[in-house]
Design a protein around this ligand. Sequence first.
Ligand SMILES: [Zn+2]
Length: 332
Amino acid sequence: MTSYKELGLVNTVELFKKAVKGGYAIPAYNFNNMEQMQAIIAACVETKSPVILQVSSGARKYANQTMLRYMAKGAVEYAKELGYNIPIVLHLDHGDTFELCQSCIEYGFSSVMIDGSSKPYDENVALTKKVCEFAHKQKDYVSVEGELGVLAGVEDDVAAEKSHYTKPEDVQDFVKKTGVDSLAISIGTSHGRMKFKPEQCTRTADGILIPPPLRFDILEEVEKRLPGFPIVLHGSSSVPIEYVKIINQFGGKLADSVGIPEEQLRKAAKSAVCKINIDSDGRLAMTAMIRKVFAEKPEEFDPRKYLGPARDELTKLYAHKNKDVLGSAGQA
Ligand SMILES: [Zn+2]
């Protein structure tokens, strides 16, 4: 049993309080390897932003739980070495069982998500409550994110055909019965790089897909019922067309990719939305740079020569998100 405080991490409680008041959102970036972690920390130190390092159960299998714990500790030390001690959260993304959440908490996570959103309402309540009770009774309080409503799309082990918007009439009851510290809701964001089917979108003259707008009316209803309560948006990549173009130009095949426009996320971040999850954009940035190096320098075989540029691009992308989209820059 390791407490996250021994690793130098913090939970989300204070961060979310400040974010709701300050009208910005904390970035939640997924990581599986060293280059991604370095990019996240470098960008957040550069922009003085708090950060949530997110690990999915798929990432945990890929990278190993012990490795991830020490990488998070490494992240804390790396930030200090870069010259600015930003608050860092280690968070389980889409925990699907009590046992997984418990194990992560025992391995030093400071925050977990229990996603019972695909289950019937009462089962979601019971499971989320059980995780909250365990997380909150730890010597060092571990924060818990729950979810109501279903996001479409595919993300690691999480896949749903169709989205179901969150029903605002459920949120008060859910928060009261479970004791969650934050709530992920479904207002039209979606997992993965194909957030909408082309027939749901309009197309610009040069063939770029424009998605339907987020349901800010649902968000407002939720805020009315839970004033000041931290709200989370999953599946909030913008899927930059420049990266998709580079990938396709250098041998990739990513047809009909479409994300959430950054202006809409900026608007959401100014509300009670205080955590925004971004994963696909990072994947696209890395893949674009690696494909470019492979195509332009086919003689290259030193991993540093293609992972290095990928890491640099990722750092740039995250700094941009903090400054121009989430508004978290300068808040650490
Ligand atoms: Zn998600």
